[in-house]
Design a protein around this ligand. Structure first.
Ligand code: GSH
Length: 327
């Protein structure tokens, strides 16, 4: 785990000393948008037109933020339009690596574009003096040899609509009429659930941990009640809000309950949330984006400060294929 400072890699864990033990996530740095005609999007600069085969997605299969992007690529039928590079599940002193050993799941790809060893080399290729964290997902432009975006919330918006005239499947997960409701749910889910589990897991004081866990479970209780009244978070079909929640719920019992100490309740203790997670898992194509080997081995095997032995628990035994009953 580390970061780049003026283009040089430094092996360094998150600094929580200056924030009372609280983990604070830094802002993503690359914020351009792919648009149908290359006109600029809401931020960054223009020149990134939607074209088949021009862009590549770099992901970790462990990462919930990268997972959103993989799900949108799948739902929108963009697998051949946007090839994917999968980093190794282990992330230690070099950050994300392209090594291909020790992966019984066979999902890692290496770096077919440049033969790089580390993801940070892609960041410095885009910006030689880059300072900041080296995160996945990354949306890479093979034409201009640069990073379009490393912000998953924006990458999924691009995949949702930018390629609609360039071969994407139909389907709008951010419909105009529902946007304000989706935005409001996203904000709460991001702060208290998606990032909430990290705030709990990476907290280095008791107070910071308890604050995060309390907010997290209050929100899960509210979401449980909401999903008792309605099938999806917003409207009558899955939207972006559901997919953003899903990637955290999927990892909840296998990782966050144990590794991040989010253990007031398990996902399986919430009948609606658990059935809802199974329903989304069973949407055609979604299960193919899930790799529990990478998920469990990454967290338990990468964070030395939390789990120094690197031992990965065998359980829990969960059946994501069980009927969800949410018809
Ligand atoms: N805001 C970013 C966050 C991405 C992120 O933090 N990814 C994690 C993996 S789950 C990562 O690459 N962390 C490496 C680091 O922080 O050094 C997004 O949503 O795309």
């Amino acid at each position: 785990m580390g970061l780049l400072i003026d283009g040089k890699w430094h092996d360094q864990w998150y600094d929580t000393d200056s924030t009372g033990g609280r983990f604070e996530r830094s802002e993503s740095a690359f914020r351009n948008w792919i648009t149908p005609d290359g006109s600029p999007g809401p931020s960054g600069s223009g020149g990134f037109a939607a074209e088949q085969g021009r862009y590549r997605l770099y992901v970790s299969l462990a990462c919930p933020w990268a997972h959103r992007a993989l799900i949108f690529r799948k739902l929108k039928g963009l697998e051949s339009a946007i090839p994917v590079s999968v980093v190794h599940w282990r992330m230690k002193e070099n950050g994300w690596e392209f090594r291909t050993d020790d992966d019984p799941s066979g999902a890692v790809t290496g770096d077919p574009l440049f033969g790089a060893d580390f993801l940070h080399q892609l960041y410095t290729r885009a910006k030689p003096d880059y300072s900041g964290r080296v995160t996945v997902p990354v949306l890479w432009d093979e034409k201009r040899e640069t990073i379009v975006s490393n912000e998953s919330a924006e990458i999924i918006r691009m995949l949702n609509s930018a390629f609609d005239e360039a071969g994407a499947h139909a389907g709008d997960y951010y419909p105009q009429a529902l946007r304000s409701e989706i935005d409001a749910i996203n904000e709460m889910v991001y702060d208290r659930v998606n990032n909430g589990v990290y705030k709990a897991g990476f907290a280095t004081t008791q107070a910071a941990y308890e604050e995060a866990v309390t907010d997290l479970f209050e929100t899960l209780d509210d979401l449980e009640a909401r999903l008792g009244r309605q099938r999806y978070l917003v409207g009558d079909r899955p939207t972006e809000a559901d997919w953003r929640l899903f990637t955290t719920l999927l990892r909840f019992d296998p990782v966050y309950v144990g590794h991040f100490k989010c253990n007031l309740r398990r996902l399986v203790d919430y009948p609606n949330l658990w059935a809802y997670t199974r329903e989304l898992y069973q949407v055609p194509g979604v299960a193919e984006t899930v790799n529990f080997h990478h998920i469990k081995h990454h967290y338990y095997g990468s964070h030395d400060t939390i789990n120094p032995t690197g031992v990965v628990p065998l359980g829990p035994l969960l059946d994501f294929e069980a009927p969800h009953g949410r018809g």
